[in-house]
Design a binder for this molecule. Structure first.
Ligand code: LIP
Length: 264
C-alpha cells in the first residue's frame, strides 16, 4: 500500500506523463518530417515541469521546490523540498529515443526520503521510500548479485560534445572496457539508477550531473540494497555531481578502476 505522499508524487508524475506522451508522439512526426525538434522539446519540458509543480503544490502547498526548469522556489516549509527533473534524458527525447524519464524526489531535512522515476513510453514506474524498499510497477527490486567486474554490465553516461569531462571519460571507458563485461550509455542517468536498482545493470558511472537528475535514483539504489558514492572521494554525490553505484562488492572495484584511469 502506497503512503499518501507516494500517492501524491505518483499522481503528479502520471498526469505530467500524459502530456509528455502526447509530445513524444508529435516529436516522432517532427523527426520524420525533418523539422528541428529543439523548440518543441523545450516547450514539452516546460509544460511537464508546470504540471508537476501544480499537482504537487495542490497537495503540499507549503513545500519548497528545486526543478531543472524553474530553479529554486521557496515554500513556507523549508524542511520539505521536491527535487524535480521533468525530462531526464532530454537528448534521447529530442531524437525520439524512448529512454527518458520524469524524476521526482522528496527531501526532508536534507535527506532524500521518497523518489519516483517514470519512463512514460515503457510505462515503467520506479518508486522508493526510505526504509520501505524499491519497486518497479509494484514489483520489489534488488540490485544484481554479481561480484566480479568481468561479469558486470556497466551503465556509463557518455558526456556530450563540449563537456570538460571528455578526456577523463575516454580514459575511464578505456580502463573499464578492459575489466568489465560490457558498457552501455543510457542517456538518462535517472533511468540508469532505476536499472541499477532493478539489477538490469550491475554498476553505474556518471559525472558532472545535477542533483535533480539523481536524487530519486540514489534512494532507489539504496532501497534495493545497493550503494552510491562520489566517483573520486567520500563526498556526497548529490553535492559533487559525480556518481558511481553498484553492490557492496562491485562499488569498490569500480572506484578503483576509475582511480586507475585518473592516475594512468
Ligand atoms: C542528462 C542526463 C544524462 C547525461 C546528460 C544530461 P538532462 O540530463 O540524465 O544521463 O548523460 O549529460 O545531463 O539534461 O536530460 O536532464
Amino acid at each position: 500500500m502506497a503512503t499518501p505522499i507516494m500517492n501524491v508524487m505518483i499522481g503528479a508524475v502520471r498526469k505530467a506523463a500524459r502530456s509528455l506522451q502526447r509530445d513524444y508522439g508529435e516529436l516522432s512526426n517532427l523527426q520524420v518530417s525533418q523539422k528541428a525538434p529543439g523548440d518543441y522539446v523545450t516547450a514539452a519540458d516546460k509544460k511537464c515541469d508546470k504540471i508537476l509543480r501544480e499537482e504537487l503544490q495542490k497537495a503540499r502547498p507549503d513545500y519548497t521546490f528545486l526543478t531543472e526548469e524553474s530553479g529554486a522556489i521557496k515554500g513556507s516549509d523549508p524542511d520539505h523540498r521536491f527535487i524535480i527533473d521533468p525530462i531526464d534524458g532530454t537528448m534521447n527525447f529530442m531524437h525520439a529515443v524512448p529512454v527518458f524519464a520524469i524524476t521526482v524526489a522528496l527531501e526532508r531535512k536534507n535527506e532524500i526520503v521518497a523518489g519516483v522515476t517514470y519512463n512514460p513510453i515503457s510505462d515503467e514506474m520506479f518508486t522508493a521510500e526510505k526504509g520501505s524498499g524499491a519497486f518497479m510497477n509494484n514489483r520489489r527490486l534488488r540490485v544484481a548479485a554479481r561480484r566480479e567486474l568481468h561479469e558486470a554490465l556497466v551503465a556509463y553516461e557518455i558526456p556530450n560534445r563540449g563537456s570538460k569531462d571528455l578526456p577523463l571519460s575516454r580514459a575511464e571507458i578505456g580502463v573499464l572496457q578492459a575489466r568489465v563485461n560490457g558498457i552501455r550509455g543510457m542517456g538518462s542517468v535517472a533511468l540508469g539508477l532505476g536499472y541499477l536498482a532493478a539489477g538490469r545493470v550491475d554498476a553505474l558511472v556518471c559525472r558532472n550531473i545535477q542533483s535533480w537528475d539523481i536524487a530519486a535514483g540514489v534512494l532507489l539504489v539504496r532501497e534495493a540494497g545497493g550503494f552510491t558514492a562520489d566517483c573520486d572521494s567520500e563526498a556526497n554525490p548529490l553535492e559533487t555531481g559525480n556518481i558511481a553505484g553498484g553492490n557492496a562488492d562491485l562499488l569498490p572495484l569500480l572506484k578503483q578502476a576509475l582511480k586507475d584511469a585518473r592516475t594512468a
